[in-house]
Design a protein around this ligand. Structure first.
Ligand SMILES: [Mg+2]
Length: 174
């Protein structure tokens, strides 16, 4: 049976310490929010006051991601690649070139076109987009089983919903 392995990055492969910064109209950082706070339900509405914008620069830095502690799912990624499984990275991050450099620096020979990054101008929100990409890949590649490493329950729910008729197994992220 053809299986697709999907790995999220933040708080799945790594215990993310990078922060999103709230910036005022003069370009000053008003506060920083970690991924656990930022991804909490309704956090954007709660935290983002009028006149502030989010800055994701820390998520675009190779130096920053190299310093992030790895979680057990990272080992699962290495194993899946070694076993020649069909593996993709599916992330709300933007910089696939940087993510590729990070994987290569960790000794993982990973095809750059297997890294799927969210486009913030998308009409879909992140869970919808993750579900959509998964559904399309399963259809194109005739995948019958997905093994999903993902920390966000909303993303898991959306992927399962989009993949009716496909077995979606959620891997332990430790
Ligand atoms: Mg995540």
């Amino acid at each position: 049976m053809k299986t697709l392995y999907i790995f999220d990055v933040d708080d799945t492969l790594i215990d993310t310490k990078a922060c999103i910064r709230a910036i005022d109209k003069d370009g000053n950082t008003v506060f920083r929010a970690g991924t656990k706070v930022f991804n909490a339900p309704d956090s954007t509405e709660r935290l983002l006051q009028p006149g502030l914008t989010w800055d994701f620069t820390e998520f675009e830095s190779l130096e920053q991601i190299m310093s992030e502690p790895k979680l057990p799912a990272f080992e699962a990624l290495c194993r899946a690649v070694q076993d020649d499984e069909f593996v993709i990275i599916l992330t709300a991050r933007q910089k696939w070139v940087m993510l590729h450099a990070w994987l290569v620096a960790n000794g993982i020979d990973f095809p750059i076109d297997h890294i799927f990054c969210y486009d913030r101008s998308s009409k879909l929100n992140v869970p919808e987009w993750k579900g959509y990409v998964t559904r399309c890949l399963c259809k194109i590649l005739d995948i019958k089983k997905v093994i999903l490493y993902e920390d966000d329950p909303e993303n898991i729910k959306s992927i399962k919903k989009e993949c009716e008729g496909i077995t979606v197994e959620v891997g332990s992220i430790g």
